[in-house]
Every structure is written in C-alpha cells, then in structure tokens.
Design a binder for this molecule. Structure first.
Ligand SMILES: [Zn+2]
Length: 59
C-alpha cells in the first residue's frame, strides 16, 4: 500500500468544428465523445467533445 493519495480527475477535451479551437474542461455527468456542447465563443461553430481522459494528481 502506498501512503500517497492518488486522485484521478476526469477531463473532457472540446473542440470547435469550425475554427478548431480547443479547450479542456472538467468532466461533468453525461459527457460523452461527440456530444455537442455549445456554440463556439470565437466563431459560429459547434463545439463538441473530442476526447475524455483522466489525469492523476499525486498529493
Ligand atoms: Zn470556433
């Protein structure tokens, strides 16, 4: 057993289908790959989830 606390946080990578701007957000319930999130803030494109991944933070 390790004494270190490993916390895995899930993130989604979201990308605009028009300007290809990417952003990383914390995963929220119901997110899935190819889910349409919202309109892009910099253009009129549609932002979709392109990837869901986890990052571990060791404290
Ligand atoms: Zn865009």
């Amino acid at each position: 057993m390790s004494k270190k606390n490993e916390i895995i946080t899930a993130y989604t990578l979201q990308q605009c289908n028009s300007c290809k701007e990417q952003s990383k957000q914390k995963f929220s319930d119901g997110d899935y790959v190819f889910k349409e999130i919202s309109k892009c803030s910099s253009c009129d494109g549609q932002v979709m989830v392109t990837k869901i991944f986890g990052e571990s933070l060791t404290q």
